[in-house]
Design a binder for this molecule. Structure first.
Ligand code: ADP
Ligand code: MG
Length: 822
């Protein structure tokens, strides 16, 4: 009964579940139908969009989720680029969007992304539907944050894929991501390595800061990425300095994109609310001017752009030590990702702060409320100027000021700016207001070697950057007062710039080669070749302290780089602390020239990697060539070198091993030899112990004899047991030879035995007894050393007899002896 009831209950439950399931499904279906209808309605409106009639976002045919997301973030009125681009994007057109910095380009592509995926009823299971590529991690992060704010009501998932993050973590979640925001390098890494990455369904591709993404710094990476993307997709390109290069567009298969440039007819290419000025100053005045500027703008938010990472690092380190009275931050590529994020967020949050940055921060970053942008070094080109300056005066109400520092010979750059419709005024700095902390800087550097090294690196990297600039009319290394620049950084001795030295050499070599071509002077040509080789050898290390070389560079007449061959092959990529800086990436402009040898080198390296090179293999190679690398010299305890190593080894195996000269390479054989030798060692040890025991027995015997009252003055104690008497003068010299048997030869023999074989200690003690003891004893007595330590000798008895006779008796005895001899 109970079982039946249970079954009934179960079936009822199941039925209920089914019913419930149906109930749940029904509204979903209903919802889906509603959604379909809404989508159809919205899509039908796309063709009717007239940008000029759009007053608010509500005038766009957008989904409720998107509209709500926009309103929540106070985005009510679309900006010009949004008004013009969103309509075309919704219609599915490829877009080439160009609009001033801070004009709202981000939303101009994020809104179409959300709407496109919404209309396609995209779910998590559909994979990557949209891809946004940004040239920097910070910008990618910023886009991702905006997407999260505006699109959070949608059901799509978004992913941020940037370098410096946990690759494994990213990998696992890759298959669930619908909108991917990424940097080119990391995206390609996932494409190459992650089996879960799939973008076959990609609907829309966006390149923010498109001209930067497509420039030479990212060329190979972007080409590889594009190859992996499905061709039937919508593509949107946005930038303040948009590319119109047909080549670039062809790379993206954009044959007829819609060009959207609302500010094309505007009077200026920079925001109207951006007030721009420049000053002309000497290179050694820059630091003082910057310092004074910061001291005078303590309540402002300032970004200072510099040419290289090393300059940023140095200025930041230095100014932190000088304590200007305002928060200082530094942002550059070679910083650790976590630090980069922290600095980025800190600068966004703070209001009175100075950020020293490289061009890493020049593109796209929307730092709120920046008052000033200082460009301490002349930017590479007008585009870079526009992007740097565009970090201020952003958004609808944003205001800001820009200051550009130019060296006298760089003033020509202003012409380029004005030609590109950039309004900029020359201003002068009141010298009385400039306080250069020169002495403090020098004092700090003399105290701090780390800071000094950072200064040296800043110096070299700046000079290097100027040297690599394409626009030689503005960036003229010969007109750069490098000594003055070094001094301004606090370096009394300017670091030597080796790459310049090499460049100089190469030029000289080239000239020499040209001459020889005309003159057919073989000797000259050979000389030139040698010079060239020397130059290339030095190119790896680039800085040390030799002022003379720097001066040489300055005096050298200008030589324009006419063709690629003349560009020096400087390998930044292998520099120990090479910059990950975007700035230097752009310098890959000389890609063909510089990368070829590196690639070759990498190929060689990878070939070598295939067959691991062990130490043993190297050693064997050397042995084969019969090169004597190291020789082992063994010493005796007395410090004498043992010439014949074999004399120290006993076993046949060891002798053979030494003869073969295999050293420690054949470990197994070496082990065997050691085992064999160990047997002999043990034997030697046993003998030693025996000898010692013998010695002790003898001692005991002597002691007994003494106790028995026997008058015995001489001992047989070995030197090793008794006090060291070697310091004593030769007793024979003092007392004369007693028995003529204590010759030098004997003592030499004694020494030889000691060094030749330690096992002969027992014999040695016997020899000692025979020749040395009598004379030593007298000295021992005279110095008060106890007599017990000295053993008796037979000679003593003869001595005693002669001394006891009277003169007459002695004479008679002598006569008898003489007669007997005859
Ligand atoms: P761009 O990419 O053109 O340099 P961003 O997209 O970074 O500009 O936008 C610049 C600033 O303008 C951001 O702070 C953004 O929040 C703001 N912004 C964008 N669109 C609007 C809008 N429609 N209304 C108000 N503020 C906007
Ligand atoms: Mg932008």
């Amino acid at each position: 009964m109970q079982n039946k009831m249970k079954q009934q209950a179960k079936s009822q439950q199941n039925q209920g579940k089914k019913k419930n399931g149906n109930k749940l499904f029904k509204p979903r279906k209903k919802k889906s139908v509603e959604e379909d209808a809404a989508i159809q309605y919205l899509q039908a409106q796309y063709e009717k969009i007239v940008p000029d009639e759009i007053k608010t976002f509500k005038d766009f045919p957008l989904s409720q989720k998107t509209l709500k997301g926009l309103m929540e973030n106070n985005y009510v009125t679309p900006t010009e680029i949004q008004r013009e681009a969103i309509g075309y994007a919704l219609q599915g057109k490829d877009i080439l969007g160009a609009a001033k910095t801070g004009s709202g380009k981000t939303l101009a592509f994020l809104i179409p992304i959300l709407e496109k995926l919404f209309c396609k009823k995209w779910t998590r299971m559909d994979g990557v539907g949209a891809l946004v590529i940004s040239p920097t991690r910070e910008l990618a992060y910023q886009i991702y944050e905006t997407l999260r704010k505006v699109g959070h009501l949608h059901d799509f998932s978004a992913g941020l894929i940037i370098g410096g993050q946990n690759l494994k973590f990213e990998r696992k979640r890759m298959d669930q991501v619908n909108i991917l925001i990424c940097t080119p390098g990391r995206l390609l890494q996932h494409m190459d390595e992650n089996p879960l990455f799939n973008c076959d369904n990609l609907q829309i591709l966006v390149l923010d800061e498109a001209d930067r993404c497509l420039d030479m710094g990212f060329e190979t990476t972007m080409n590889a990425i594009i190859e992996n993307l499905p061709p039937e997709r919508q593509t949107l390109l946005f930038s303040a300095t948009q590319t119109k290069s047909v080549k670039d567009l062809a790379r993206l298969s954009l044959s007829f994109p819609t060009y959207v440039a609302p500010h094309e007819q505007a009077d200026t290419v920079t925001p109207e609310s951006l007030q721009q000025s420049y000053i002309v100053c000497e290179i050694d005045e820059k630091i003082g001017i910057l310092w004074s500027f910061i001291k005078n703008h303590l309540k402002q938010k300032v970004i200072v752009f510099m040419a290289t990472c090393k300059q940023v690092k140095y200025t930041y380190d230095l100014f932190c030590k000088l304590r200007p009275g305002v928060s200082l931050l530094a942002l550059y590529g070679s910083l650790h990702q976590e630090k980069r994020e922290k600095i980025y967020n800190e600068f966004c949050r703070k209001s009175n702060v100075v950020l020293f940055a490289t061009d890493l921060a020049s593109r796209g970053l929307d730092f709120p409320r920046v008052n000033w942008v200082i460009q301490m070094d002349c930017p590479e080109d007008v585009d870079t100027y526009i992007h740097r300056a565009g970090r201020t005066a952003r958004g609808i109400f944003g205001k800001g000021e820009g200051l550009l520092m130019l060296l006298p010979h760089e003033e020509k750059f202003v012409e380029d700016l004005t030609q590109r419709k950039i309004p900029i005024n020359k201003i002068a700095v009141d010298p009385s207001k400039v306080v250069a902390p020169q002495r403090k800087i020098e004092a700090l550097l003399s105290d701090n070697t780390d800071l000094k090294q950072t200064a040296q690196r800043a110096f070299v990297n700046y000079v290097k950057s100027v040297f690599l600039m394409k626009n030689k009319e503005i960036f003229n290394i010969q007109l750069l007062d490098t000594d003055a620049y070094a001094r301004s950084l606090g370096l009394i001795v300017p670091p030597r710039i080796k790459f310049m030295h090499n460049h100089q050499k190469q030029n000289v070599t080239k000239k020499q080669e040209d001459a020889t071509a005309n003159n057919v002077n073989v000797i000259e040509k050979l000389k030139a070749k040698v010079d060239e080789d020397e130059g290339s050898d030095q190119s790896a290390a680039e800085e040390d302290e030799s002022p003379t070389k720097t001066k040489k560079i300055e005096r050298k007449p200008e030589k324009k780089l006419k063709n690629k061959k003349e560009i020096p092959k400087i390998d930044f990529h292998y520099e120990e602390d090479s910059d990950e800086d975007d700035f230097l990436k752009v310098k890959k402009a000389n890609v063909e020239v510089e990368l070829t040898p590196i690639d070759e080198e990498q190929n060689i390296m990878s070939k070598k990697k295939a067959k691991p090179l062990t130490k043993a293999a190297v050693a064997k190679k050397i042995l084969k060539k019969k090169i004597k690398v190291n020789t082992t010299v063994k010493f005796t305890d007395e410090g004498e070198a043992i010439d014949d190593e074999k004399r120290d080894v006993k076993s046949e195996l060891a002798k053979q091993f030494i003869n073969e000269n295999v050293g420690g390479i054949d470990i197994e054989k070496a082990k065997e030899v050691l085992k064999e030798e160990d047997k002999y060692d043990k034997q030697r040890f046993r003998e030693k112990v025996k000898a010692k025991h013998k010695e002790q027995k003898r001692k005991l015997k002597n002691k007994k004899k003494e106790e028995e009252g026997e008058k015995d003055d001489f001992g047989s104690q070995s030197e090793s047991d008794g006090p060291d008497l070697s310091w004593l003068p030769d007793p024979d010299k003092i007392y004369g030879e007693k028995d003529g048997s204590n010759s030098d030869d004997n003592s030499q023999e004694d020494n030889r035995l000691m060094t030749a074989d330690q096992s002969s200690i027992g014999e040695e003690s016997e020899i000692e007894e025979k020749y040395h003891r009598p004379s030593k004893r007298k000295l021992v007595e005279s110095r008060g050393i106890p007599q017990e330590s000295v053993k008796p000798r037979k000679v003593k008895k003869i001595e005693d007899i002669s001394s006891s006779l009277s003169v007459h008796e002695a004479e008679a005895l002598a006569m008898q002896l003489l007669q007997a001899k005859r």
